[in-house]
Design a protein around this ligand. Sequence first.
Ligand code: HEC
Ligand code: HEC
Ligand code: HEC
Ligand code: HEC
Length: 429
Amino acid sequence: MISLYGILAKVAARNDARETIKMKKNRFFQQIVFTVLLGLASTLVQGAGQTQPVQAEERRALFPSTKMINQGRDVAAAACASCHGIDGVSVIKGTPHLAGQRAVYLYRTQQAYNEGKRFDETNKHKGFLKDEAVLSVAAYYASLTPTQITVPMVEPDADMSEEDAFVGIREAMTRCIKCHGDTGNSDSSGMPSLTAQHPDYFVSSMMGYLDGSRSHNLMKRLAGKLDEVTLRDMGVFYAVQKPMRTETQGQGDANVGHRLSQPCASCHGVDGNAHKADMPTLAGQDSKYFIKAMKHYKDGKRLHQKMFEAVENLSEQDMIDLATFYATQEPVQRNVRPPLKSSEWIARCERCHGIEGNSSDPRFPMLAGQDKDYLVKSLRLSASGENGHTTMLKMADRLSALDIERIATYFASQPPRAVVYISLPCEDE
Ligand code: HEC
Ligand code: HEC
Ligand code: HEC
Ligand code: HEC
């Protein structure tokens, strides 16, 4: 039995791969015919593990009889067509198209509505259909050929690969460039380098100017204009830039500084490269800024108990030597992942939702050709956890508004394709 499953899985995987290539080659290829091994389908889709396997009852919607489809059509005409269209093409903006939508997904969604596990503001879906009617209407809409009526097609690799993952903060950052440069590496004496810092420290340092534990009027004014999400994104921006050692290394004695740095190593790292997220890296830092910061800790202009204790007994010459030691160390970039570009997000979505959003797993909804406003709304709700999509919650919570807009435009503009499932003869266990 195991070997039979093994062979069948390979056949299906190969078919799947062939179809993928064909789909890529021929955009207007209307119908996908491929084989799904029921019960095994889950092993073919990455990330599908969290989603329940197809149940025996649900298979009936995948291989419906004519009678079942006709029954589903009657249900649709009576209860759904006013919004979703009898042809499954919604005429109301923000209402999803259902033509060709995958059957098991339709069935489960409808059930989730029935059981109050999924909500929508129209409240038109709750509790009025019997299970048989839900199954047949799912089979009916799934059997229809989808038509595309939305936005013009967008190629992910043509328009989106060069896109700027930081586009959302570029405008706010124009104010920082004058002093901190394009990348945050200090290029004038007295200016701190912002690279090689963890975003957590970046945010807390900006908050320090606001709450008065640091005194610098201009930084206070600038920080006050930025919300926390923007601050965080800026922190990520600087953290993923290549850090450079400052040219302002000062006149201190690096060897003496090295000796004096022993008590600092537990927090700032042996070579000044800190590892904890809330600790600043000192390696390569501008020596003039360094000395000023140390003096401010000592005289209380900059408030921090641990740092006060660290500098309390240091002379000015000690600070100068320490500054030179750290300034001559090589800064190391923090282990922070740059945000995904929209094209990279899309590649992730396609692992479950199929190439171009044409899902080949009956449990995962087709996104291709879906109403764009609906996709935007759905992704926003997923991000905030309001629509009861459990699998999606994990995916969408880091999507920015701009990502959502781009991703929705992309999927809405892909040609939707119906799927025909063919049952392979399979021995009973
Ligand atoms: C009054 C209009 C209206 C009626 C009638 C209606 N729907 Fe809907 N339906 C909507 C709207 C609006 C949404 C989007 C809800 C949301 O934003 O979550 C939706 C969402 C859905 C979804 C989720 C779509 C997806 O891709 O996730 C399914 C499935 C669905 N409806 C099926 C049905 C079926 C089947 C019927 C008939 C039994 C029906 N609906 C009746 C308006 C309606
Ligand atoms: C007019 C020049 C100027 C501009 C413009 C400016 N900064 Fe600064 N920034 C400074 C100076 C000077 C300091 C050091 C202040 C101090 O002594 O605490 C500083 C400190 C900082 C620090 C703390 C560094 C550390 O290691 O703790 C951060 C973070 C920072 N700036 C971010 C920004 C951001 C983000 C912007 C744009 C919104 C910006 N700065 C705009 C001059 C500037
Ligand atoms: C117990 C941990 C700890 C020790 C020990 C410590 N520091 Fe710090 N240091 C910190 C923390 C936390 C900050 C950030 C405080 C803040 O936001 O102002 C900091 C900030 C600094 C800064 C300012 C960095 C910047 O980018 O603005 C300098 C310079 C510095 N430390 C030097 C030293 C030196 C030199 C020693 C040893 C003599 C030392 N520290 C010992 C925890 C420590
Ligand atoms: C691990 C598999 C998986 C990944 C990856 C995934 N999804 Fe989903 N998605 C699902 C499942 C399963 C559902 C059905 C609802 C549920 O159970 O959460 C769904 C539902 C949706 C819906 C609602 C569909 C509808 O018609 O109401 C949208 C929109 C969606 N996904 C978009 C995306 C986008 C955009 C991405 C990429 C950023 C993505 N998904 C990534 C599995 C996934």
